[in-house]
Design a protein around this ligand. Structure first.
Ligand SMILES: *Cc1c(COP(=O)(O)O)cnc(C)c1O
Length: 322
């Protein structure tokens, strides 16, 4: 096995400087109702209020800011139907470079339109017949574009770590911190910030119950691959962790826990009713885990990263009505 050189907290600090003035310093919100219910003090870092509606803007902007003039000319390519696509498209627009996003032909029209709205060139592929990674690599080679993956990249994960950095700067140290987990960009970046700023803080990644590859990986000590899980948490439908992200997670994370779709809907309703926030299903993972771990968290200061708020309103209504 080759040893990777893992990014450090210094990379998170450098990312924070690059994104300053471009990314929102998102609010930290609290709920007295929830604190009373849990007997704990919970601080929500609200990345649903980040630009383009999710933390992905942080990593994307950081990665693109580091492009050489040569790379800027060729532009960036990414494959994603979700928040990474929009983060890359918006960052490329702000930095004045071309972006190509490879999306499945059956991606929601609203997502394709939003990505085009940021000025990106959208290439669609048939997800049942074609391999998006091969298409992305091909575009990169033929047109001199640089491929930026959604999580397993040092600049991407360092950028994602800036959310937790801001949280600790604002509220001080915490006893425990919970973050959603897909491919691990957010969790590994958060781990770098946590180990530097609140070394005693317990750090938990939260996955959908149907897709607990991260939990299996942490417990077995090597990356476990699974089929695409069926869950409403579409931002965490990844099949495996990355080499960089797992390297950090394995070293720095306390545990990985799971939440069911029913628990995510419950958390979504709480955010809407009590905190007047629209949070996408994946963004609800942290609160769903905290609710389950209520006994262990009594009297503690707890952080939760709300990762994003991009859910179709029709879909949101459907989930709330069910
Ligand atoms: C991408 C995403 C995640 C998962 O992030 P990883 O870095 O892949 O672990 C969680 N929530 C939202 C809203 C996302 O867009």
């Amino acid at each position: 096995m080759t040893t990777l050189s893992l990014p450090t907290y210094a990379d998170v600090e450098a990312a924070a400087q690059r994104i300053a003035g471009h990314a929102n310093r998102t609010p930290v919100n609290t709920s007295r109702t929830l604190n009373d219910m849990l007997g704990a003090e919970v601080f929500f870092k609200c990345e649903n209020f980040q630009r383009m509606g999710a933390f992905k803007f942080r990593g994307a902007f950081n990665a693109l800011s580091k492009f050489t003039p040569e790379q800027r000319k060729g532009g960036v390519v990414a494959f994603s139907s979700g928040n990474h696509a929009q983060g890359i498209a918006l960052s490329a627009k702000l930095l004045g470079m071309p972006a190509t996003i490879v999306m499945p032909h059956d991606a929601p029209a609203a997502k394709i339109a939003a990505t085009k709205g940021y000025g990106a060139n959208v290439v669609v592929y048939d997800r049942y017949k074609e391999d998006r990674e091969a298409i992305g690599r091909d575009l990169a080679e033929k047109h001199g574009m640089t491929l930026i993956p959604p999580y397993d990249h040092p600049d991407v994960l360092a950028g994602q770590g800036t959310a937790a950095k801001e949280l600790f700067e604002e509220v001080g140290t915490l006893d425990a911190l919970f973050t959603p987990l897909g491919g691990g960009g957010l969790l590994s970046g958060t781990a770098l910030a946590t180990r530097a700023l609140a070394p005693q803080c317990q750090l938990y990644g939260v996955e959908p119950e149907a897709g607990n590859d991260g939990q299996q990986s942490l417990r077995s000590g090597s990356i476990v691959h699974i089929d695409t899980p069926k869950t409403i948490a579409d931002g965490a439908q990844t099949q495996y962790l990355g080499n960089y992200t797992f390297g950090i997670i394995k070293r720095d994370v306390t545990d990985i826990v799971t939440a069911s779709d029913a628990q995510l809907v419950q958390a979504m309703r709480f955010f809407a009713e009590r905190m007047k926030m629209i949070v996408e299903p994946t963004g609800c993972l942290g609160l769903a885990a905290v609710t389950q771990m209520k006994e262990a968290l009594k009297g503690k200061r707890v952080g939760v990263i709300i990762s994003g708020g991009n859910v179709d309103i029709a879909r949101f209504c459907e989930l709330m009505a069910g």
